[in-house]
Design a protein around this ligand. Structure first.
Ligand code: BES
Ligand code: ZN
Length: 608
């Protein structure tokens, strides 16, 4: 049966060109169809241990090996299963690549259709964070959660870690009693925290949507099919903040067809969660910094919910086509916000995003300014830029405006329906766009215009620009105050929304002096503001304007919160000013132990 020696096996592996530039998997020859996980969660050892059993489909009938992705996993044994036969099979772990990890090559006898891999994770697994009780809200029990996107699933499961490969999964998870385990699967809100949990995910998903969280979690319902999990002390505030969830699901369904995943629950993580949100199917993971107390940041829920169509249902084939996930989702998010909270709110949020895009375009190399990504050989964690999100959204808005919503909305719905549970790339979308929209309504957009978005640099001159009326009023108030025509106390700031506060703060010109910064702070208490987005905008200005009183609260913010979107720009701005480098280093030294491995990697690169 074993037709080749281990040495030959290894040579073949390194020569193989995998279909996905960020995966070693030979998914063009053998494909994972179902994964069953049986894992024990150990907080003492900061490790998951047990096995995964993979059911395989051979695309190449002569395939005699299976190549999986791993990173920092210890592989204990592998068996290749054929019927009732479970014989050990040779395997080889390649040397570790710092970005992609180690290919695991398993010899696959002709009759085998499953493999079972016994393994355990490393305490520093890039896709897991293990939190001491002190870093949770309750401070009584530890917490553990995964973040698999983009290529971190491989650090906790040996898998074909490519968004082109979809599989169903089931799991049995063993935890210490009193902690609840939840996964991106069918969670039963009535489960008791007895330490023994079973999950099934019957819709096929890509590996980056594998997710697990274990902690002192309680549940509150939000609607018939939606609810929120959070630590007990956070639960009431979370349930209040996210009360619009069911309504947003209904809005999305009315635009793009039925929600196909059963339940839609939210899980609030500790503040070290490296992202704002993560669209794990059936169970969005959220930063607690979205709980502002006034529901003003819930477009993040609209965003993660929108991924139930763009991303989870229709998935980018590899990370060079990330804009198909995030640009579409940002567009859908804004449509949900418009329908749920009105056109003014949607306009303001979009205009803020357009400004962020403008600022980023000033720093990103021209080659990375087109929607089609060029991330091959690079870490796909570089993919999340405003280009994929906001230029992507703007492209769809451009099409929406040229064709009209009565034509564009059904078109987008057909895109989701006809590619449901599939993986797609930029050319797939361009072909669909041509056949389904452009050829049917000729003369509305040109190939050159499309090129400007897909490949071209910058913010295309033909792209729509948003002008929110309420922002004009903010800009006028700011100007009047700067010209000493009006006192801060006389502005109608009581009525300002979070988005208007951000507009005001981001609009402070370089000429604002220390005294003016101090008056703003005295009047509006900006250095200690609770809203994370407003605080972030203010700290950015405090660094730019050398305003010392904001630095102590900023250090506290950096220690409390590990969301990459906030901490990476703040450390970057600090390091760009020699006078603040020591402050950045000191703050980081205190904060780093509480940061997620993904956040640490990004901040390490900034703070040397
Ligand atoms: N899927 C992303 C998060 C992500 C992207 C994780 C790439 C890893 C690699 C998620 O849907 C997202 O976009 N989150 C945003 C929030 C959103 C409202 C812009 C975030 O985390 O800030
Ligand atoms: Zn997203």
């Amino acid at each position: 049966m074993r037709a080749f020696a281990a040495l030959a096996l290894f040579a073949v592996t390194t020569a193989h060109a995998a279909p996905d530039p960020h995966s070693y998997a030979n998914s063009d020859a053998v494909r994972v169809e179902h994964a069953h996980l049986d894992l024990k969660v150990s907080f003492e050892q900061r490790q998951l241990s047990g096995f995964v059993e993979l059911r395989l489909k051979r695309l190449d009938p002569n395939a005699h090996r299976l190549v999986l992705d791993t990173r920092d996993l210890t592989i204990e044994s592998v068996v290749a299963i054929a019927g009732d036969d479970y014989p050990p099979t040779p395997f080889k772990l390649a040397p570790r690549d710092p970005v992609f990890g180690s290919a695991l090559t398993i010899e696959l006898p002709a009759a085998a259709d499953r493999v079972r891999i016994h393994y355990h994770t490393a305490p520093e697994a890039s896709g897991l964070q293990w939190l001491e009780p002190a870093l949770t809200a309750g401070k009584r029990l530890p917490f553990m959660f995964s973040q698999s996107q983009a290529i971190h699933a491989r650090s906790w499961v040996p898998i074909q870690d490519s968004p082109a490969v979809r599989f169903t999964y089931s799991a049995r998870i063993n935890t210490p009693k009193g902690l609840l385990a939840r996964m991106s699967a069918d969670n039963n809100p009535l489960d008791a925290a007895d330490g023994d949990y079973r999950f099934t995910m019957q819709q096929p998903i890509p590996s980056y949507l594998l997710a697990i969280a274990v902690g002192e979690l309680k549940f509150a319902p939000l609607g018939e099919r939606s609810g929120v999990y959070a630590e007990p002390s956070v639960l009431d505030a979370a349930a209040w903040e996210f009360a619009d969830t069911e309504r947003m699901i209904e809005i999305a369904e009315s635009l793009y067809g039925p929600y196909r995943w059963g339940r839609y629950d939210l899980l609030v993580l500790p503040p070290s969660f490296p992202y704002g949100g993560m669209e794990n199917p059936r169970l969005t993971f959220l930063t607690p910094t979205v709980i502002a107390g006034d529901r003003s940041l819930v477009s993040l829920i609209a965003h993660e919910l929108a991924h139930s169509w763009s991303g989870n249902l229709v998935t980018n084939k590899d990370w060079n086509h990330f804009w198909l996930n995030e640009g579409f989702t940002t567009y859908v998010e804004n449509r949900i916000v418009e329908a749920a909270f009105g056109v003014e709110r949607a306009d303001m949020e979009r205009q803020l995003a357009e400004r962020d895009l403008d600022e980023e375009l000033a720093t990103v190399p021209a080659a990375d300014q087109g929607l089609r990504g060029h991330l091959s050989g690079r870490t796909p964690d570089d993919g999340p830029t405003e280009v994929a999100y906001t230029k992507g959204m703007t492209f769809l808005r451009f099409l929406e405006q040229r064709f009209g919503r009565e034509v564009f909305d059904p078109f987008l719905r057909r895109w989701f329906d006809s590619h449901a549970f599939g993986s797609v790339d930029t050319d797939d979308f361009l072909a669909f766009l041509k056949n389904e929209l452009i050829d049917r309504h000729p003369g509305k957009v040109s190939g050159d215009e499309i090129f400007q978005f897909i490949e071209g640099p910058g913010y295309p001159a033909i792209a729509p620009r948003t002008h929110a009326a309420r922002f004009d009023a903010i800009d006028r108030s700011l100007k009047a105050w700067l010209a000493a025509e009006v006192e801060l106390g006389a502005l109608d700031s009581k009525t300002w929304s979070t988005q208007e506060w951000i507009r005001l703060i981001e609009g402070l010109p370089a000429s604002v002096d220390l005294k003016q910064m101090a008056s703003l702070d005295a009047q509006f208490k900006l250095s200690s503001v609770g809203n994370s987005e407003v605080a972030f905008a203010w700290y950015v200005q405090a660094i730019a304007h050398d305003y010392p009183p904001a630095f102590a609260p900023m250090a506290d913010f950096l220690k409390r919160i590990g969301r990459r979107k906030f901490v990476v720009p703040l450390y970057t701005a600090l390091m760009n000013k020699p006078a603040y480098q020591a402050f950045a280093r000191e703050s980081y030294a205190k904060a780093r132990p509480g940061y997620h491995p993904i956040t640490r990697e990004s901040v390490d690169a900034v703070v040397k």
